[in-house]
Write a new protein. Structure first.
Length: 671
């Protein structure tokens, strides 16, 4: 018998049920398993996709919303059900109304859906289950705890006789019914929330329509007319529609919030058309009131005309300045950044870089090295090195040391090289340097000089930022983060800074700033420990099942065990050292029994062979007995145990014959 993972591919699923209206995928697979006399986990193994670590019975419920855990095509072939019907069994239909490709936006889709689900309990309607044998998707929702078919509250551990008619507040029931109908709309695969406008994708088109409804369906966008929502949210949505920000805030909860504000049904929202004038006005940016600065303030800059200033129409928030500028200009000669200060009503250099470069230039002229300058000014060494490269590139270093920091062999594809490391203008210098060192082998001087190159600076200035805008400081940010982390842990989502940042609509750097990154790391460690504990329980259960089903007459190899568990030996040894000892002892016990059985069988066959040779009055030798057993070359070293066993049995047989002959002689009468 060969051990392995049991799947329904080993047998034919002759009974193929039809999905019921509103049914969840786990309910459908449960029904299919019962009708075909197998386990639902056996079906999941046959259609499983993604990490093998997720293939555990405790996570079976996740199939209702985590669409990356199954192969829809495999399930379609296995149970003869259409792909569209499979989508209706999960929340994939909801995700497809918000994202062009839910698989590409998987992390955000999972955060959005799981925020709406109740993962602490498994609610159900006993009457629906008794009469229809079905578990419905809408029972998973946090905001719905009624069955509107039977007008009873959903239960998790109540007997049928104990269920009474609903007597709760009518307003609460009406509110839940509205939410219930909205989710039913989202779960229908043939419904859409919006069409695509212009070149906008699904999510940006949805953001556009939400703004349009929030502004009471005005024909032209005016930010101040949107009064029902926060200023930051509106600005974020507008930036997202324009494509100037990657912060995505379009979620199911925001959609419901807008519908409540406008007192609109989701069907009315779906049929609503956004006029072209509104779309055009979103992309129409007002002219700036202030002309660019006429001169550059850097004393070493050759640029004296404002025509050499580059307008960057993007918000900038210099660190530790306490002010936000809606746009800024960059000097094309020296790449200093200028913005119009609203309080002093004049242009100023916004980074303080002119003062810093001038100070470093003086220290260099005094004979200081990069390390000495870093200690003197108490500034990061990598930032100091970048400025040394800047000074070298603009020929501001003393001639005696210029050649030490300048390079004549500049790669032709320098911009492409920096583009490949995927960094931003605001990325920390040490991060950019380490990426170039690992990829191209540059030392710090080379990186600093190449980074100061005009083409590289122009690339970073014009590069659209992919960094999420930081949140304003809120006292409850840590509370929101803790709640989000707890929800993810309960949902068995693998925690990461990216996941938490996505759920809070902020950047990962914001998490570091607020000390939340360490909380995420601690939660990750606890989650990993719990995951390993749960997985060990599942592996032990699978192993015990294998041992109980194994034919004791057959030898069980450790390779067959690892194949059954779906894990390799190194993984088990590293993570579950106690389990490996348990497996080894159990397999040894099984194989000892198999060896005993094998020896018994061998002795029986040898005795039969000796008996046959005796009946035919042929020579009873080791070679003759071996040939009866089908062994041609018994004297080969590998057959030594069998050879010894044959010798022993022949000896025993001859002793028996001698004994019988003795008794025959004794019993004969004397003449």
């Amino acid at each position: 018998m060969t051990a392995g993972i049991y799947t329904v591919e080993n047998q034919l699923l002759t009974v193929r049920p039809t999905p019921k209206l509103g049914e969840s995928l786990t309910s459908f697979l449960n029904r299919a398993a019962k009708l075909n006399g197998c386990n639902e986990m056996d079906i999941w193994r046959s259609i499983h996709a993604g990490s093998i670590h997720m293939l555990r019975s405790q996570l079976f419920y996740r199939l209702d919303y985590d669409f990356c855990l199954i192969d829809p095509k495999q399930l379609s072939m296995l149970l003869d059900v259409t792909l569209d019907s499979i989508k209706k069994l999960t929340f994939f239909t909801v995700c497809s109304k918000f994202f062009d490709d839910p698989y590409k936006d998987y992390d955000r889709a999972m955060v959005m859906i799981q925020m709406a689900l109740d993962k602490r309990s498994r609610k159900f309607c006993p009457i629906c289950i008794e009469h229809e044998d079905v578990y419905k998707l809408t029972w998973l929702l946090k905001e719905v705890d009624y069955c509107f078919t039977h007008n009873i509250r959903l239960e998790s551990n109540t007997n049928l006789a104990d269920i009474s008619e609903v007597t709760s507040d009518t307003n609460d029931l009406n509110k839940q019914e509205v939410i219930y109908r909205r989710w039913n709309f989202l779960l229908k695969s043939d419904k859409v929330l919006t069409k695509r406008y212009g070149r906008l994708n699904m999510e940006r088109s949805l953001a556009l329509k939400l703004l349009f409804v929030a502004q009471n369906q005005a024909s032209v966008y005016v930010r101040k007319d949107i009064v029902g929502f926060s200023k930051n949210l509106v600005k974020s949505l507008v930036s997202f529609v324009r494509g100037t920000s990657s912060v995505k805030k379009v979620t199911q909860s925001l959609l419901f919030e807008v519908l409540n504000y406008a007192n609109m049904t989701i069907e009315e929202f779906s049929n609503l058309e956004v006029p072209k004038s509104y779309l055009t006005s979103i992309f129409t940016i007002k002219e700036k009131k202030n002309n660019p600065p006429s001169t550059c303030l850097a004393p070493w800059c050759y640029n004296q005309e404002h025509q050499r200033m580059i307008l960057i129409d993007d918000r900038v928030e210099p660190r530790k300045k306490g002010i936000r500028y809606p746009y800024y200009y960059v000097c094309k000669g020296c790449f200093m950044r200028y913005a119009y200060h609203p309080e002093i009503n004049q242009w100023q250099e916004i980074d303080g870089k002119i003062e810093l470069v001038s100070a470093i230039k003086k220290l260099v002229e005094a004979g200081m090295t990069r390390s000495e300058v870093s200690r003197e000014l108490k500034i990061n060494y990598f930032q100091i090195s970048e400025i040394f490269g800047y000074l070298a590139y603009h020929h501001l270093l003393p001639k005696s040391i210029h050649a030490t920091y300048a390079y004549s062999n500049i790669p032709e594809n320098l911009v492409s090289l920096f583009e490949a490391i995927q960094c931003e203008l605001y990325t920390y210098p040490e991060t950019k340097y380490k990426k170039t060192r690992n990829r191209y082998g540059w030392n710090l001087k080379m990186y600093s000089y190449f980074y100061a190159h005009s083409d590289v600076q122009l690339y970073f200035i014009h590069k659209p930022s992919e960094l999420k805008k930081p949140l304003k400081k809120h006292n409850d940010l840590c509370i929101q983060a803790e709640r989000s982390i707890n929800d993810m842990v309960l949902s068995d989502i693998r925690l990461s800074l990216n996941q938490v940042a996505s759920s809070l609509d902020c950047s990962e750097s914001t998490l570091h700033s607020y000390g939340i990154a360490s909380v995420v790391q601690e939660a990750k460690s606890k989650q990993s420990s719990k995951r390993l504990h749960d997985e060990e329980k599942e592996l032990r259960k699978t192993f015990d099942t294998l041992i109980s089903r194994h034919d004791c007459k057959e030898v069980l190899s450790m390779r067959a065990v690892y194949n059954c568990l779906g894990r390799n030996r190194d993984y088990v040894v590293e993570n579950y050292p106690g389990f490996i000892n348990y497996m080894t002892a159990s397999v040894k016990e099984v194989n000892n029994k198999a060896e005993v059985h094998r020896l018994k069988q061998l002795v029986r066959r040898i005795k039969e062979a000796i008996q046959q040779l005796s009946e035919k009055q042929r020579d009873i030798s080791v070679t003759a007995v071996a040939k009866c057993l089908g062994i041609k070359y018994i004297h080969v070293k590998g057959y030594r145990p069998v050879k010894e066993k044959i010798k022993q049995e022949i000896e025993d047989y001859k002793n028996i014959l001698v004994g019988q002959s003795h008794w025959v002689n004794v019993s004969e009468p004397r003449s």
